[in-house]
Design a protein around this ligand. Structure first.
Ligand code: ADP
Length: 162
């Protein structure tokens, strides 16, 4: 049984994240989307909001579940008997940080492997930060996130969809 964790803040989930979830769910037996509850990071959405948004968009994937976690990823992996970390790579700028984290995790727990999926071309620019930046000015985010999540995102900036 190959159980993987796809960790991140998902603040909020984007089409780029969903693409990685869909693709990695095909190559592992079980995928846990690990939503990081990091009090040091000032997130726009609460942990419950982030979990619910992801759940609503992954319902059609029977081998995917969404779980929040605190603390070290390797500990969360151990608790869930998962041995694979899934990460997405958009550009070289992601690479240096991701390499260090992956190697750090591997040193801590040699049984854990990180698997990188390269971003699909159409989402290689996309990040939660870009979504928030556009949404904060009432910009069009329909190419970034699923349609039904848009009102919830605008609401954080007191913007009504027109
Ligand atoms: P973090 O909070 O760890 O920075 P995010 O929640 O932004 O991470 O993203 C989680 C994971 O999804 C990371 O591996 C990141 O590289 C990947 N990711 C984010 N956006 C995209 C995208 N557009 N295409 C592919 N992977 C992505």
């Amino acid at each position: 049984m190959k159980r993987a964790v796809y960790p991140g803040s998902f603040d909020p989930i984007t089409f780029g994240h969903l693409d990685i979830i869909e693709r990695s769910a095909k190559i592992v037996d079980e995928l846990i989307v690990g939503v990081l509850n990091n009090s040091a990071k000032n997130s726009l959405f609460s942990i419950d909001e982030r979990v619910k948004m992801i759940e609503s968009k992954t319902k059609h994937l029977p081998n995917v579940k969404v779980v929040s976690f605190n603390g070290l990823l390797v500990d969360f992996m151990e608790q869930n008997e998962a041995t694979i970390i899934i990460r997405g790579l958009r550009a070289v700028t992601d690479f240096e940080y991701e390499l260090q984290i992956a190697q750090g995790n591997h040193v801590q727990k040699p049984d854990i492997e990180t698997v990188f999926l390269t971003s699909s071309l159409q989402y290689s620019y996309l990040s939660s930060t870009i979504v928030k930046e556009f949404a904060s000015y009432g910009g069009d985010i329909s190419k970034f996130v699923p349609e039904d999540l848009i009102p919830q995102i605008y609401a954080k900036y007191n913007i009504k969809e027109n």
